[in-house]
Design a protein around this ligand. Structure first.
Ligand code: SF4
Ligand code: SF4
Length: 284
């Protein structure tokens, strides 16, 4: 079972849900795909070890062979190559590594070079019975999706994999949520929470992925998120209250199921609901 934990906006409690769900289940993989700011390990304190680099290929031009025909620059949809009067200018950080410029060059003047954009790390601990895999995008790099895709290649299909997605609804979110069995959308009962939930629901519907909602800080704000879920037929999987003890544990980096064991059962119950939802293909 592969479950993505996502949210239309940052700061809703997505990582809290991902970490507590993984710990409540045990024997699970937790993949931190929020590669621009991975923070699951703030709650776990695992000893992380580097697994591998994440590289993309970028073009390198042999100026001795290049006739400045400009076909590569015309082809590149990402404006990663510009033809100047006497040379080509490359912008490696805009390159998506599609390899198209290599194919269209009539002089075979372009070769592909590897460029490191991030790393993958893995951690285990004696305290927690889960495996943590974390992707980290190098500072200043703009493309998170290749790191996320390489991280997801490490999913162990024989176990439960919990994916902590980046926030928002852009490409990195789609890279994390795509091909998951289920997506949990975490929101909060505020106007911003509702607005960004509606955007996130649109994304998961277009990806044709089953989903449900967790309302965090329930009791704060108003009832419009619940009204929206009811009117759209979206299941509310869990409501986590706006609770001082949970907030204090969060501020200390302690997963709240550790000290509030009743919530361990609630997260396990949520997982069972997700399994039912998946097994009956959404007819929940
Ligand atoms: S590999 Fe693709 S994205 Fe990169 S410069 Fe060439 S055409 Fe553009
Ligand atoms: S397509 Fe090849 S020959 Fe033409 S400008 Fe690009 S690198 Fe030079």
């Amino acid at each position: 079972m592969k479950i993505a934990i996502a949210s239309g906006k940052g700061g809703t409690g997505k990582t809290t849900v991902a970490v507590n769900l993984a710990l409540a289940l045990g024997n699970a993989q937790l993949l931190d795909c929020d590669v621009e700011e991975p923070n699951c390990n703030l709650f776990l304190g695992f000893n992380l070890k580097k697994e591998e680099d994440v590289n993309i290929t970028v073009p390198e031009v042999d100026s001795g062979k290049c006739t400045l025909c400009g076909k590569c620059a015309e082809f590149c949809q990402y404006n990663a190559i510009a033809k100047l009067p006497r040379s080509l200018m490359l912008f490696p950080k805009l390159c998506h590594g599609c390899g198209g410029c290599v194919l269209v060059c009539p002089e075979n003047a372009i070769i592909e070079e590897k460029r490191s954009i991030g790393i993958l790390e893995k951690g285990t601990s004696e305290r927690f019975n889960i495996e943590l895999l974390q992707g980290t995008l190098n500072i200043g790099e703009p493309m998170a999706s290749p790191v996320i895709r390489q991280l997801k290649a490490h999913i162990d299909e024989s176990t439960v994999a919990i994916i902590d997605s980046p926030p928002g609804t852009a490409c990195p979110v789609i890279a994390s949520v795509a091909e998951m069995d289920y997506c949990v959308l975490v929101t909060e009962p505020t106007p911003f929470g509702l607005n960004d939930l509606i955007l996130a629901v649109d994304v998961v519907r277009q990806l044709d992925i089953l989903f449900g909602v967790v309302i965090n800080r329930h009791g704060l704000g108003d009832g419009r998120v619940e009204e929206y879920c009811q009117s759209e037929g979206v299941p509310i999987l869990m409501k986590i209250p706006y609770d001082r003890k949970i907030a204090i544990l969060y501020s200390k980096g302690i997963p709240f199921i550790e000290q509030m064991p009743v919530w361990k059962e609630s997260f396990r119950g949520m997982y069972e609901d997700i399994c039912k939802h998946v097994s009956c293909k959404g007819d929940f």
